[in-house]
Design a protein around this ligand. Sequence first.
Ligand SMILES: [Zn+2]
Length: 131
Amino acid sequence: MSTAPKHECPCGTTLPYADCCGRFHAGAQHLMAPTAEALMRSRYSAYTLQLDDYLLATWHPSTRPTTPFHHEPGLRWLGLQVLSHEQTDTDHAQVEFVARSKLGGRAHRLRERSRFVRDDGRWLYLDGVTG
Ligand SMILES: [Zn+2]
């Protein structure tokens, strides 16, 4: 295994951040993630970079949190693995993924099936079931 270059996107593609999720983070109003999977990846990257505005902007209004995000101090995100991406109809999709992190020397593994809705041409995170 080779060591990933520093500028590689946090979401685990081999693309540089600027050519991957960075495009969506920088241009949230102009450039929309073309698929639910791309949006999911960009949201994972946004978590690792603590881009709360982006997380809120890509959250469906009906389920969007109203309290500020709590980022666990010292938590390190280690990687994302997308297990499946299924578009169930034109405007609905599900993405199942595993996100790994480490906190205080202990490894955590979050497995979630997230639901996404396309609203006015734009994919939004609706909710997710973990486990
Ligand atoms: Zn990315």
